[in-house]
Design a binder for this molecule. Sequence first.
Ligand code: PMP
Length: 398
Amino acid sequence: MFDRLDSLPPDAIMALMQQCKADTRTDKVDLGVGVYKDAAGTVPIMRAVKTAEEIIFGEEKTKTYVGTTGRVGFRETMLELVLGTDHPVLGSGRIASSQAAGGSGALRLGAQLVQAAAPDATVWVSTPTWANHIPLIGSTGLKLQNYPYYNRDTLGVDFDDMLAHLDANAKPGDLVLLHGCCHNPTGADLSHAEWDRLVPFMNERGLVPFIDLAYLGLGRGIEDDGYGLRLVVRDCAESLFTVSASKNYGLYKERVGLLAVVCNNPDEAVVIQSRLGAIQRTLISMPPDHGAQIVERILGNGDLKRMWMDELTEMRERINGLRQLLSEALNVQGGEAIARAVVAQNGMFSMLPVTKDQAIRLREDHAIYMTNSGRINIAGANASNIPGVADALLSVLS
Ligand code: PMP
């Protein structure tokens, strides 16, 4: 039977990673894969994570099953972190939640729930969006459509076009997938004022927000980055959001994520809680525990939480410092617009206005690796190679 199947092309980012790894030029710069790197180019284990792991190693007494929706303590502490302890919906009983296998697992779990509740709903995603959104959500059978988002000329968000498109095309009960902060792949986020307009717009049209929060704390800080999500949860009768702990805890391979579903009332939340457990059972049965336990221990311990926050701040400041350096280096004739965009954008990614051919030339002639769409992971650079990146970019664009 397996001879009926053809092989599929490798994942574009993985292929780029391999190509960069095989490149023997010593001055190569890997701006491809979306992981945070420190100045030495390593993907570090955070100090608070190491310390929590040591505590777990000493104290953990059993590896028995936890349950289909994971650790209650993990879910509660994550919700407090993301929403803020004084959020009005936190103690309302309206939130059902589940631990998941990374942000990806949470997206799939959420999409599967939507598919069960509203199989005819369309999920609207930004142009462009994180490539994996499409298969993660689409494989449940839900329809996906695009709304305009990133403008490759202005290098910012086309907010009015986004609203006009949704107004004309989305139907009540459809979902709108939004990036909570640090939009992947563009780095272009909605401003607070735009979130303030978006939320009443969605309520008036009966559209349900589905927020993917994968980079909390890596843009402008926890409060700032969580602004839109907190507003949505406060003002919308129903919403869903996913949180990934891959980037801001550096827990990539441990697969730590959360899905939260905000329901109309507490009775509905009880029903949805049971559904989440049942759906997870059909997907992976139970989520992996180790990484979630690390997060729970960090968030539940004042000293560890401070240690984590301090390191998250260091990471964010490094990213924003590199953005500043790149912007300064690009702020010459022909580079002014990109220079402005690079500091206005948030998180690890920016989308540069390069064509596929220019991205290939950057790889072949300058050993600078980025996706063919022009997405760069700024954390893959360092202070000493930024000037070279800027020069090479300007030379291929001229
Ligand atoms: N959403 C977005 C926008 C992402 O960029 C990522 C990671 N690349 C994720 C979700 C999920 O990450 P993970 O499954 O590793 O937690």
